[in-house]
Design a protein around this ligand. Structure first.
Ligand code: AHR
Length: 497
């Protein structure tokens, strides 16, 4: 296939926050995940230093916390100060010790070098509790909440810039779910009180790719929002942990931009596409496995709904299917970087995350290496590009439908601070290689190819097993019209410098 780019026409500069992440109080993400007081691998604050180093390597730009469903019954005041009592988390039906709260979260983010992004409780909480949280974090010393933060040992404001009002309050599964009309009003009142505490913060609100739900938010709070928050998990597993195989997974790549297009269309219809951006602040190929969490089937015991959560932590489940899908999703965000300003892999640690922790270290799962590839080798400016003769591959959706998808997914980027081009080229084929012909006017430059491929579609990383990593190819001299071969099931960045 032939690849072209108009190097004088950029779609936009991608916000680094499209490589963001999410951390929830669920299973082993916080406790026994990033926060392991007493572990020989933890620092003086109880944070896993190996996890911090791994996050720094992929330049995590922003971290969303504390939920997710957890937040819709979480009261932040339980998690700050000296005398913290354990509370029962009615979302995930476990006790939360509250030893990791706002101050610990912000401190962790500062150590990683990422922005904290706090999602507030719009389930059982209210506008005042959200505003109090902003006061606690961001006021210098005015009022009792800022003074409380100082008394807790944090003299300087936390300066939390990004805040989300609620999480999936549209859903019956969510504690304190709202109707569309209720939601518009709550978002407006919460935004008013949060912005009066700190008018410099950027607010998001839990949204959908659904017109009715979003129209009400935008009608009521359009002047107060900078973001609309949407979520998607393609391979859903809340009740059954039966993951799609490689070919079925590639079926999900048929149209990864459909949700983005719907939200973009509504924002354009309301004249807001330059004022409000999309925060895709939960995404992952794999939905989380937590059977019987939201169901209240009589006779279901703790063993039926707590113990099965360990099945999220089986590293062999996260193969090149997850890696190739994730590369295609990031390509979709890059192609829409004029309106998608943030995306958060859900989650970052344990569960379906890209980093797995165990008592003696960490495992960097296949998806981690996709973030390494995109963050460290791709450009920051997305160019207008097109391809001729894009090959197709036949896939079968897990529901049985059979159809073709593009076998290769390409994005062309440049750097705003240096010459050169970097092409993100994904070959989705399980067994077949493809070649792309480069038609850029860059004679005499060097070509470097960085690849994440593994040995097979089933390759994965585990304790004492590393099959998937970023591999660097031989340096080549660039000539216009040269061909680059993309190996099967591979995500590549081709740099022409
Ligand atoms: O399965 C995890 C949940 O998925 C998150 O807590 C929620 O935000 C989403 O529905």
């Amino acid at each position: 296939m032939k690849l072209y780019a108009n190097e004088t026409r950029a779609i936009g500069r991608r916000d680094p926050m499209i490589y963001g992440h999410f951390l929830e109080h669920f299973h082993r993400q916080v406790y026994d995940g990033i926060f392991c007081p007493g572990s020989p691998l933890a620092d003086e604050d109880g944070f896993r230093t190996d996890v911090i180093e791994a996050m720094k390597k992929i330049k995590v730009p922003i971290m969303r916390w504390p939920g997710g469903c957890f937040v819709s019954s979480y009261h932040w005041k339980d998690g700050v100060g000296e005398n913290r009592e354990p509370t029962f988390d009615i979302s995930w039906r476990v006790e939360d010790p509250n030893t990791f709260g706002t101050d610990e979260f912000v401190k962790f983010c500062r150590k990683v070098g990422c922005e904290p992004y706090i999602c507030t409780n719009a389930g059982t909480g209210d506008a005042e509790e959200m505003s109090d949280w902003v006061q606690y974090c961001n006021l210098k010393d005015e009022g009792r909440f800022a003074k409380w933060r100082i008394a807790n040992g944090c003299e300087e404001p936390h300066a939390v810039k990004y805040w989300s009002i609620g999480n999936e309050n549209w859903g019956e599964h969510e504690i304190g779910a709202k109707s569309s009309e209720e939601w518009g009003r709550l978002v407006l009142e919460s935004a008013k009180m949060m912005l009066r505490a700190d008018p410099t913060i950027e607010l998001s609100a839990a949204a959908l790719t659904d017109l009715d739900w979003n129209i009400n938010i935008l009608r009521m709070a359009r002047t107060r929002l900078k973001w609309l928050s949407i979520h998607e998990y393609w391979d859903f597993h809340q009740g059954i942990n039966q993951l799609t195989d490689y070919n079925q997974t590639m079926a999900y790549t048929l149209d990864l931009e459909s949700g983005i297009r719907r939200v973009r269309g509504l924002l354009m219809a309301m004249g807001l596409e330059k004022k409000i951006r999309i925060a895709f602040d939960e995404w992952n190929l794999r939905g989380w496995y937590h059977p019987n969490s939201h169901t209240m089937i009589p006779g279901v015991t703790k063993e039926d709904y707590i113990d099965p959560r360990d099945k999220n932590d089986i590293n062999s489940q996260y193969t090149m299917a997850d890696a190739i899908f994730s590369a295609c999703f990031l390509n979709a965000c890059l192609r829409n970087c004029d309106i998608v300003g943030m995306a958060n892999f859900s989650p970052i640690v344990n569960t379906r995350g890209c980093i797995f922790t165990h008592p003696d270290g960490i495992v960097l799962r296949s998806t981690y290496h996709i973030f390494d590839l995109y963050v460290n080798y791709l450009g920051d400016t997305v160019l207008d590009a097109w391809a001729e003769e894009t090959p197709k591959m036949n896939v079968t959706h897990r529901q049985g439908r059979n159809f073709d998808v593009d076998a290769v997914d390409l994005v062309v980027t440049s750097w705003s601070d240096k010459p050169g081009i970097a092409v993100a080229a994904v070959n989705k084929e399980a067994e077949k290689e493809h070649t792309i012909t480069l038609n850029f006017d860059y004679d005499g430059r060097e070509v470097r190819v960085y690849t994440v491929a593994g040995e097979s579609t089933e390759s994965y990383n585990d304790i004492d097993r590393e099959e998937v990593r970023v591999e660097e190819g031989e340096v080549m001299a660039y000539t216009k019209g040269m061909e680059i071969t993309l190996s099967p099931h591979s995500a590549n960045v081709i740099q022409i410098l």
